[in-house]
Design a protein around this ligand. Sequence first.
Ligand code: ACO
Length: 391
Amino acid sequence: MTDMKYAHIVGWGSFLPDRIVTNDDIALSVDTSHEWIYTRTGISERRIAAEQETTATMAFEAAARALAVADIHPSQIELIIVATSTPEYIFPSTACRVQDYLGARRAGAFDLSAACSGFVYALSMASQAIATGSVRNAVVIGTETMSRIVDWQDRATCILFGDGAGAVVLKGSSIPGGMMASSLRSDGSGGDLLSLPAVYHNPVPTLGPEYLYTNGDKNKTISMAGRQVFRFATSVISDLIEDVLEKADLTIDDVSLIVPHQANSRIIESSAKKLGVSSDLFYMNLERTGNTSAASIPIALCDAVAEGRLEPDDNVVFVGFGGGLTWAGSVVKWAVTPPEISMVDREWKRARYMFTRGRSRLRKLSRRWGASLAGSPVPEARLKDADSKKQ
Ligand code: ACO
C-alpha cells in the first residue's frame, strides 16, 4: 500500500473537430427538422471529424492538452486507458497509438469498452491502480468518431451523435480528496437496445480507418431502440447518483456539479426531477456537441472548468449510461484551479511531440532494417500512420 493513494484530477483537455454540422444541415439529407431534433434532444449542432482525423489523433490532442495543464511530462505517465467504441483497429489498441504519439515510454496502455459509460469505468480503473500503488500518474481518455458508425440515412440515430475527445490526468497524492467513490453497473440482457456489430459480422477483411466508413451497411452501424434506451437511462441515473454519494459519505446537498453523459437534455431534466434538484446542478453542453459517447463527460468537464463552474473543494459527480447496457458514477473532490499556460510554454510542449513523432518513425524504420538485415520477413506496414494527419 502507498501513502500516495488519493487519485486527484490535475489536468484536463478536450478536442473537437472544426467541422460543424447543424440540424438544418442534417435536414438536407433526411426527413427531419431543427425544431424536431432540438425539442426532442436539446441538440443544435455537432462536430464531425475530417477524413485525416481519427479516434486516436483526437485522443492524442486531448491528452496532450491535459498533460500541459497538469505540467506532467509524458515519460512520467504509467498508465493510459482509452474508453472508446470506435477504435480504428481492434488491435493495436487506440491507447497504444496514443502512447506512441505522446512518447509515454513508461506507460501501460489499453482500451476499455463500456460504450457511453466508458470514461467513468476507466476513471474508476485508473484511480484504483493509483490507490494500490501500482501506478502514480495515469491518463484517462474518452474518444469517439461516432460519425463513422452512424447510418446517415437513419433519421432516428444520425441526429444524435458527434465526434470528439476528452482526457484527464490522474496523479497520486497523500492529500485526501480526488476520486472518492465509484459505482459500476451492467445489464447484458439489454444489449440489443443499443449495439454495433464487430469482427464476426465483417466477412470482408478491410484495414485502416475506412473499416469504419460504413454508410448504408446495417451490419456496421449503430442500431438503437430509442424509447427503451430513454426509459432505461431515466430509470437508473438518480439511483446511481444516490448510491455513489452514499459510498462517499455525502448527500446531494454536498454536490456542486453533476457532469452527466450528454445524450439528451430531456433525460437529464427527468433525472434532476427524480433527485429533487434543479437541472442547473447538471452541466450540459450537448446543444453544441451532440452525443459523443465515451468522450462526452470529459469534454463537458473541460467546458465546465473553462466556464468557472468548479472551485477547489467542490464535489463533482460524473454519471454515464449507455450500451451494454452499462451505467456508472463517480464522485470527485476537485482540488485545483486552472493554471495559466503561457503561449511559449504551450508551443514548446507541442514542438516536443514533433520530436516524439520523429523518434517513433526512426524506431519503426530501424525495426524494419534490422529485420531485413537479419533476413527475417518484414511485415507489410499496413497501419495508417498519423504522420500525414493534422496534428
Ligand atoms: N425527425 C423527425 N421525426 C422523427 C425523427 C427525426 N429525426 N426520428 C424519429 N422520428 C419520428 C418517428 O418515425 C416516429 O414517427 P411515427 O410516430 O410516425 O412512427 C416519431 O418521430 C416518434 O419516434 P420515437 O422514436 O418514438 O421518438 P422519441 O420521442 O422517442 O424520440 C429519440 C426519439 C430522440 C431518439 C429518443 O427516443 C431518445 O433520445 N432516446 C434516447 C436515445 C439516446 O440517448 N441514446 C443514446 C444513449 S446511450 C449512448 O449514448 C450510446
